[in-house]
Design a protein around this ligand. Structure first.
Ligand SMILES: [Zn+2]
Length: 225
């Protein structure tokens, strides 16, 4: 059986998280997100967690090296033998290079869930949440029956403070700056499958599955190569 290492790329708000969960379930691969890795190491009081905490306590970024150590520690566990899905990693070309060294001959399958910035902005800026029950609405796509009021519990709706056009634009700019070199990196290797993230989630999911199957049939994959 060939080993699948799946890397999902996608801007914040592109729906990457939702697809990651579903793909991992369907493919039977552990879903590894850097956020979860941190939480697990910090909560577990591991040596890696303690080291990460010492940086965080000083208000410093946890260095790449330590993030990599956490990741490689996680993917050396038995449930990752047949492969795994990486969500939010690699973030930088340096991380991609380290991962490549680790994977030796295995070329990861890279999927880029693409949504134009203007669509992401519309998705996020129109979002409203219920203060009482946490239900999520959208002014255009799933408006509440009565403006400003939750359908479920009649609680007041509010906009999260980060859900503004200015914040979204800054976040997207950062994302593109970091991700563009990664896309070139992987384009020069196994390639990057672009999936249209504007489609309905079911169709995005199907497109992801199709590109995974397509790339598994290609050459250069699997343990025997
Ligand atoms: Zn509510």
């Amino acid at each position: 059986m060939s080993r699948t290492v799946l890397i999902l790329l996608g801007a914040p708000g592109a729906g990457k998280g939702t697809q990651a969960v579903r793909l991992a379930q369907t493919l039977g691969l552990p879903h590894i997100s850097t956020g979860d890795l941190f939480r697990a190491n910090l909560a577990g009081g591991t040596d890696l967690g303690d080291r990460a905490r010492s940086f965080m306590d000083q208000g410093e970024l946890v260095p790449d090296e330590l993030v990599l150590e956490m990741l490689f520690d996680r993917v050396s566990q038995e449930d990752c033998l047949a492969g795994y899905l990486l969500d939010g990693f690699p973030r930088t070309t340096a991380q991609a290079v380290a991962l490549e060294a680790r994977l030796e001959n295995l070329v990861p399958t890279v999927i880029d869930i693409q949504v134009p910035d203007s669509d992401i902005e519309e998705r996020i800026v129109g979002r409203r949440m219920c203060k009482d029950c946490g239900a999520i609405y959208h002014l255009t796509f799933s408006a509440p029956a009565q403006e400003g009021t939750c359908n479920a519990c009649s609680g007041p709706l509010y906009q999260r403070k980060d859900d503004t056009a200015a914040v979204v634009r800054t976040r997207l700019e950062e994302y593109h700056q970091k991700t563009a070199p990664l896309i070139s990196f992987y384009s020069e290797r196994g390639g990057v499958s672009a999936v249209d993230g504007r489609l309905k989630p079911d169709l995005v999911f199907e497109a992801c599955i199709a590109s995974i199957q397509g790339s598994n049939q290609g050459s250069g994959h699997g343990v025997n190569n």
